[in-house]
Write a protein of this length. Sequence first.
Length: 446
Amino acid sequence: MNSGDTIAAISSAVGTAGRIVVRLSGPDSWAIARRLWTDALPGAGGAARGEILLRQMRVPGWLYCFQSPRSYTSDDLIEFHIPGNPLLASMLMEELLRAGARPAEAGEFTARAYFNGRLDLTQAEGVAATIAAGSEQELSAARRLMAGELSRRLAPVTDAVAQTLALLEVGIDFSDEDVSFLSAAQASDQIAQADAALARLLEESVRFERLAHEPRVVLVGRPNAGKSTLLNALVGHDRAVVSAVAGTTRDVLSAELPLARGVVRLTDVAGLDETSEEFATEADHGHRRIATKMRQYALRAVEEADALVLIVDATDRRRAIALPRAADLVVTSKIDLLTEPWQESADRLRVSAVTSAGLAELRAALDHICFGDAAAGSALALNARHTQAIDEARAALWRAGAQAGAAPELLALELRDSLDALGQISGRVSPDDLLGRIFSAFCIGK
């Protein structure tokens, strides 16, 4: 990346839309824009509506001008907002490159913002996470990262370690003097406090990888309990074959179910009941093998489920089936077939796939089970790089704490290692290869 170049890229999703954004940043941005904009450019921080000259055509659009250092990259930056035709965007890019700009590399706009001190490394990663977010939780976590929440949480710890290190190093410089800047007990206490703060941060945070995981919800129950019909009703199309004949479902079927805060994988398995083992002893060897496989697949799905939903037929008065693990939710199905009131547990949801009664409540319950409550959804999210750096910082603090009474030079060495590990998170001491790996994950134009 050459920070002295003027770069250009399409910064919005490419495709037919209301408008497409083409971004230009660098020292020649204003001069290049003047060659294409048919009117006078607006002032710094201004916007104007006018026409862009593209191959003798005049295309209507908007121009937004940001002057260094008050821009996303801290360099001069101009955005062209044009009608959402990919061909027009391609033509505009050709004109910008012909006028002296070069195509931006992946993540180069955000990389410039980082190198110019506009963002720290965690905020830059928040931009990438926002782009890649596939659920409300991921988007919320990415926004907190982009807002600098992780850096704010780490700042007191980093400052405390740096202060302890500074006092140790001053003590080393004045070791010949009869002056004590930091006692062994004080050093040990400050190291322990810093380690405890990092431990709390890890405990109160979640992993981005966990947020990106698609929870698997398994519907289980007796044959003909209405599992397949309910799956079809929830996903909005016929994914499973349904029939009044028990045992129609013989395989593990699944479909994506969008909920309020994310998408889950809804899975329907073969029915289980007390007679399932009897099927495995029938004379017909083919039926026996099928029945055995059906049960094995169903039980495996039950064990691997992130959430288990037991479906009970409202017209079935038998005791609920025994499961290898407790169900996260019990749902009474087919309530449209009830002809008289029936007392049942108050904690059960009552639904009908035919009339859609209770389906909204079921979706809300699944959303809560899979994505937690609002407080859990507001937790800070960390990626693998963050947790590795925090673990390295804690390991160095532990080594320092274990030798708090040792020579101050050894203690200072461990605190320096801890400080370097924490500095890698915000990018204060990031090696070039680390920066390359992070920004290469961006798309062009960001």
